[in-house]
Structure formats: structure tokens, C-alpha cells
Design a protein around this ligand. Structure first.
Ligand SMILES: Nc1ncnc2c1ncn2[C@@H]1O[C@H](COP(=O)(O)OP(=O)(O)OP(=O)(O)O)[C@@H](O)[C@H]1O
Ligand SMILES: [Mg+2]
Length: 263
């Protein structure tokens, strides 16, 4: 009778301990799950936050560039067009002056012709800077070829260009981003890298296009804060994100730069 009651007690105790153990285990698991979930969510929030900050920076760069570009266009229009047209207007008024000598008349006419010619040439230059006509008329391949040739002849450097891709001419808006990226890379190579040789190539990459760009300039240490991204590199990033492409930018001191982007 005694032994039965002890064994029953023991059984109850075992059941109690086991239940207690499982309850503790369940609580530990729930707490663990809760905290790890919280950590994951926190990490996701941090990732999203840094993405948003990055997007904000890119947007700021775009707006700042737009403002700088507007200022430059306003200056160009003011200095190269308005000022010339002002003098043309003055000369035209002079033509209404009575009793002008033949010589004076000749001088005024020559002035008007020279100034309108200059204003016309400048307006063409401004329009060309805004949207290179060859890019619009003949597409990216011709546009980049002309860009490389312009740099080669105007800046005394060698820019080699190889293209193995046939571009869709209807894609001008996207192609303008590619063109501007290359324009910035070439400008940086000359301004900062003091490069003498640059290469630009387009090669097929599945359904996308890969663009490879190199220069033989002084390069820079990407980890050095002194070479922080300026508007130029930030704009390249935002153009790549408009193109839904990807970018890899590598540079080392005295090793030039190596840029690869897919679009
Ligand atoms: N090809 C290059 N060779 C050497 N250094 C470079 C090159 N490209 C960029 N850098 C470095 O990276 C920095 C950032 O370039 P980024 O184009 O963003 O700005 P920036 O050219 O100084 O100004 P911005 O383009 O806005 O007129 C440069 O100041 C320079 O130190
Ligand atoms: Mg730059």
C-alpha cells in the first residue's frame, strides 16, 4: 500500500517536473523568438533608413546639379546671347539716326552682321551642350564616338572607343544618362587624374549592356575621406539608379580608375 502511494507520488512529481520543464522551455523559446524577431525587424528598419538616407542624398545631388546647370545656362544666355543682342539693338537704333555718313552706315551694318553671327554661333553651342544633336539624330554610338573624338582633339589626350552593341534608337532618354555618365568620367579623368589615355567600351551582357571605362591617371584612394564623392559621382550613381543598372567603381593611387556599369 505504502509503495504504491510513493510511486504514485513519484509519477505526479515526474509529470510536474516534466510539465514545468516544457513550460520553461516554451517560455525560453518564445522569449528567444521574440528578441531575435525584434532584432531582425530592427536591422531591417536600419537598412531601410540607410537606403532612404542614400536616396535623399542622391535626390539632393540631382536638385543641386539642376540648380547649378540652370545657373550656368542663365549665365551663358546672359553673357553670350543677351549682351550681344543688346549691342545689336543699339546698332539697329543707330541706323535710324538722320544724316549718317556712308562710312558710319557701313560700320553699323558690319557690327550687326558680326554680332548676330556670334549670337547665333553661341546659341548653337548652348543648345549643343544641353543636348548634343548627334546623340538625338544618330543615337548613342555616334554620340559617344563624337564625345571621344572631341576630347581627343580638344584636350590632347587619346580616347579609344570600342562598341560591340547595337543600340535601340528609341531609347534616347536612357541613352542620354549613359552619355552624361561618360562625359563626367572623361572630365574627371582629365581634371583630377591628369590622364592621357582613356578607354570606353560597350559589350553585350545578356539582355543588358556593360560599359567599361578606364583611365591611366593618378587615380585616388577610395577609402580616403579627402576624395569624398562630389556632385559628379553622386550624379553618376543616381543616373545608374534611373537606368535600374549597377555600378562598380575602382581606383587606387597611381593605378588610374576602372569603372564598370551595366544598364
Ligand atoms: N578619374 C579620376 N582620377 C583621380 N581622381 C578622381 C577621378 N575621378 C574622381 N576622382 C576623385 O573623386 C572626387 C569626386 O569626384 P566628383 O566627380 O564626384 O566631384 P568633383 O569632380 O570634385 O566635382 P564635380 O564633379 O561636382 O564638379 C574628386 O574630387 C577626385 O578627388
Ligand atoms: Mg566631377
Amino acid at each position: 500500500m505504502e509503495t504504491t502511494s510513493i510511486s504514485e507520488k513519484e509519477i505526479v512529481l515526474v509529470i510536474l517536473y516534466t510539465s514545468f520543464f516544457f513550460i520553461i522551455l516554451a517560455v525560453v523559446l518564445i522569449v528567444f523568438f521574440f528578441f531575435s524577431r525584434k532584432k531582425i525587424i530592427q536591422k531591417e528598419i536600419e537598412k531601410k533608413d540607410s537606403e532612404i538616407t542614400h536616396q535623399k542624398e542622391l535626390l539632393k545631388a540631382v536638385i543641386e546639379t539642376q540648380e547649378a546647370e540652370r545657373k550656368r545656362i542663365a549665365q551663358d544666355l546672359h553673357d553670350d546671347i543677351s549682351s550681344k543682342l543688346n549691342v545689336v539693338a543699339l546698332n539697329a537704333h543707330l541706323l535710324t539716326t538722320p544724316n549718317l555718313s556712308a562710312n558710319e552706315l557701313q560700320e553699323i551694318k558690319a557690327n550687326v552682321i558680326a554680332l548676330t553671327g556670334k549670337a547665333l554661333e553661341n546659341s548653337r553651342k548652348i543648345a549643343h551642350d544641353l543636348l548634343p544633336p548627334v546623340l538625338e539624330k544618330f543615337g548613342l554610338d555616334a554620340g559617344v564616338e563624337e564625345l571621344c573624338m572631341e576630347f581627343s582633339s580638344a584636350k590632347g589626350v587619346t580616347v579609344s572607343y570600342i562598341n560591340e552593341v547595337t543600340f535601340d534608337d528609341a531609347d534616347t532618354r536612357r541613352h542620354l544618362h549613359v552619355f552624361r555618365i561618360l562625359q563626367e568620367l572623361l572630365n574627371n579623368s582629365i581634371r583630377h587624374g591628369k590622364a592621357t589615355k582613356m578607354t570606353v567600351s560597350f559589350i553585350p551582357n545578356g539582355e543588358y549592356t556593360k560599359c567599361l571605362y578606364t583611365d591611366n591617371g593618378v587615380g585616388f584612394d577610395e577609402t580616403n575621406c579627402a576624395h569624398q564623392k562630389g556632385l559628379g559621382l553622386k550624379n553618376i550613381e543616381s543616373r545608374i539608379s534611373f537606368l535600374k543598372g549597377s555600378l562598380s567603381f575602382q581606383s587606387k593611387v597611381n593605378k588610374g580608375v576602372n569603372v564598370e556599369f551595366i544598364f
